[in-house]
Design a protein around this ligand. Structure first.
Ligand code: C2O
Ligand code: CU
Length: 482
């Protein structure tokens, strides 16, 4: 397993004083992908300055073998800073420390226009990578994205042009910002969850059925870091930090690890103020969660990570639990330092009875034309006909998102984090910063938000087929009040 160029995770360096894992590059082989976890390689940092991460990112066609039967033509990202790098799905993981300046020189070698959106990051508006903030990067053209990694956490990047098609073809990758409280762990791993719809001979299916549009395309093959049936090695008693991103167009992942519990430590916007234990973890498209897992059992045991059915509407049948990955336990881990009592910081956004409330109603509409597609609407209109929400950049407001449809919709707001106030009138069981949240069918979710940076910020359902068919709008923030 530990062949040249591939380090097993337990050789990661540890801080001599705290025993905590030194995160940078850990769990990832120096080039190519890690043999043990299948994690994508870290994007090459071309700037030697310690507080600058400069990456060349190329979007291009490539081939990936998901099934033994044959390869799939994909569109993906490659690390332009590494000679001979090819496309990987997910793309290279961009790693930075909190406070670093991140410069991404993007090169579009696809045959169609695209952009790169930095999902969850508080970036300057011109680097948000949407049709509201820039022209599409045309084939053969380049664009430079630049921002400071303000918040520690697990983020991701993907196109914001024909996203239902482009993300499904393989254009997505992680961006991980280290920082915040040190947490002593035996391994820090990141997993992008996705699914693909494949033909039996290996390629991505080119058939779009009505249900693919109604639910967001659900694949027939589940992927963790772009591969099926990932296998890991760990030790009995080992404590690991697992970061999850759901990059699927429409699939909800509902995770379980039989015989184990997840300790949820972070949401979209970083560490939560009070970690909590759970047996199942629902992750809707676009969301991120970080958990700690501590392996129970005996040397030689195999622990499974499974995906369970979640009823998100339209009577999708339950296919039963599906294995996402397996962890083989060997030997016993050396005990780590105790967990800290200090977690994330989340002062409540101060709202009052006079805080303005924005009303958003999500609906779906069958097509009236015989061959037409359904529309997914915000306040009865399809983007770009949804009137923008206009506000001052320093305002605090409440958004009331009413889901008046027969299925759940994951609601995403760009460029800032919010705090959920209530769902169906009840306060949430746990607190944390969100940028993407599931709004259950026939319920209203309210969140409080303190806006931040002036500009045009998109909000939309993160089921990409819905966003691209109208369930999207713009928040336009003007300069702060004098
Ligand atoms: Cu991850 Cu506007 O999207
Ligand atoms: Cu939706």
């Amino acid at each position: 397993m530990a062949s040249a160029g591939h380090r097993p995770y337990w050789s990661c360096r540890r801080s001599a004083t705290t025993g905590a894992l030194l995160i940078a590059g850990c769990g990832t082989a120096p080039a190519g992908e890690s043999a043990t976890t299948g994690e994508p390689a870290t994007a090459t940092d071309l700037d030697p300055a310690p507080n600058v991460v400069e990456v060349n990112l190329v979007a291009m066609r490539g081939r990936v073998r998901y099934l033994a039967a044959g390869e799939a033509d994909v569109w993906g990202y490659s690390d332009g800073g590494r000679a001979g790098a090819s496309v990987s799905v997910p793309g290279p993981t961009i790693r930075a420390k909190q406070g670093d300046r991140v410069v991404v020189r993007f090169d579009n070698r696809l045959d169609e226009g695209t952009t790169v959106h930095w999902h969850g990051l508080r970036v300057p508006n011109l680097s948000d990578g949407t049709p509201s903030t820039q022209k599409e990067v045309a084939p053969g053209e380049r664009f430079t994205y630049e921002f400071v990694a303000e918040d520690a956490g697990t983020f991701w990047y993907h196109p914001h042009v024909r996203a239902d098609i482009q993300v499904e073809r393989g254009l997505y990758g992680m961006l991980i910002v280290a920082g915040g409280s040190q947490i002593a762990v035996d391994a820090d791993r990141a997993f992008v969850l996705d699914d693909v719809k494949l033909d039996a001979s290996g390629p991505l299916s080119d058939k779009t059925e009505a249900l693919d549009i109604m639910l967001g395309r659900q694949g027939n093959v589940l992927l963790v870091n772009g591969r099926r049936e990932t296998r890991l090695a760990s030790k009995v008693g080992a404590r690991e930090r697992w970061r999850f991103v759901n990059s699927a167009n429409g699939r909800y992942f509902n995770l379980r690890m039989p015989g184990h519990r997840f300790k949820v430590i972070a949401w979209d916007g970083g560490l939560v103020p009070a970690p909590y234990d759970t047996e199942t973890l629902l992750i809707s498209p676009g969301e991120r969660y970080e958990v700690l897992v501590t392996f129970l059992g005996r040397s030689g045991d195999t622990v499974m990570l499974e995906n369970l059915h979640y009823d998100r509407g339209h009577d999708v049948p339950d296919p039963g639990p599906k294995t996402l990955l397996q962890v083989r336990l060997q030997d016993a881990a050396t005990p780590l330092a105790a967990l800290l009592a200090v977690w994330g910081d989340m002062p409540a956004i101060a709202t009052t009875a006079s805080t303005p409330t924005r009303q958003i109603v999500l609906t779906e509409k069958e097509s009236t034309a015989p061959e037409g597609e359904p529309a997914f609407l915000i306040n009865g209109r399809a983007f770009p006909l949804v009137p923008p929400i206009e506000a001052r950049a320093d305002a605090i407001e409440i958004w009331s998102v009413k889901n008046d449809s027969e299925m759940d919709h994951p609601f995403h707001l760009h460029g800032m984090f919010f705090q959920v106030l209530d769902v169906g009138g009840r306060p949430p069981a746990h607190a944390g910063w969100k940028d993407t949240v599931n709004v259950p069918q026939q319920q209203t979710l309210r969140f409080a938000v303190r806006y931040g940076t002036p500009g045009r910020w998109m909000y939309h359902c993160h089921i990409l087929e819905h966003a691209e068919r109208g369930m999207m709008g713009e928040l336009v923030l003007s300069e702060k009040s004098p």
